[in-house]
Design a protein around this ligand. Structure first.
Ligand SMILES: [Zn+2]
Length: 157
């Protein structure tokens, strides 16, 4: 066993490293919220929960910047079907209790046809958005670091 493997093993058992990693992640998130928004392809209103005007500003800023980069790479329109969701709106649309939309860390992007589906998927992965859901006509892009990363799932609708 290598030293690194031993250390990793010890840390994973004693859970010493995890709180430190979590604290670091929180710090990064907190700072990302202060980054001045300068989106080329989106207006914050596009991410409003339909029941709360102006709530698009609750979207995670780093996530929006990544989405903006992805849109630039894809070169096709990103129509946002759903961005930020209030608790009430999430219930109304049948979203999961722990939905990343409620944290401003997810957006559903509509696509038309297999070409756009490819372009959007490809661009999301290029910018490091690594939690992706594929529906019949939309792609759920998700940057919730607290959930499983490097996953792609499908929806039956
Ligand atoms: Zn979604």
């Amino acid at each position: 066993m290598t030293t690194l493997a031993k250390l990793t093993s010890i840390f994973s058992h004693t859970n010493i490293l995890q709180p430190i990693l979590n604290a670091l992640k929180r710090l990064i998130w907190a700072n990302s919220a202060t980054i001045l928004m300068n989106l080329k392809h989106f207006k914050l209103q596009e991410f409003d929960s339909p029941d709360a005007k102006g709530s698009g500003d609750k979207m995670d800023k780093l996530f929006l910047q990544k989405l903006d980069q992805a849109r630039e790479i894809a070169g096709c329109k990103f129509t946002i079907n759903s961005g930020y969701r209030t608790q009430e709106h999430n219930l109304k649309v049948g979203g999961r209790f722990g939905s990343s939309h409620k944290l401003g860390l997810a957006a559903d992007i509509a696509f038309r046809g297999s070409r756009e589906r490819f372009l959007i998927l490809n661009s999301l992965m290029q910018v490091g958005i690594n939690r992706i859901g594929i529906g019949a006509s939309f792609i759920h892009a998700d940057l919730d670091l607290k959930k499983d990363n490097n996953v792609i799932w499908t929806y039956k609708y």
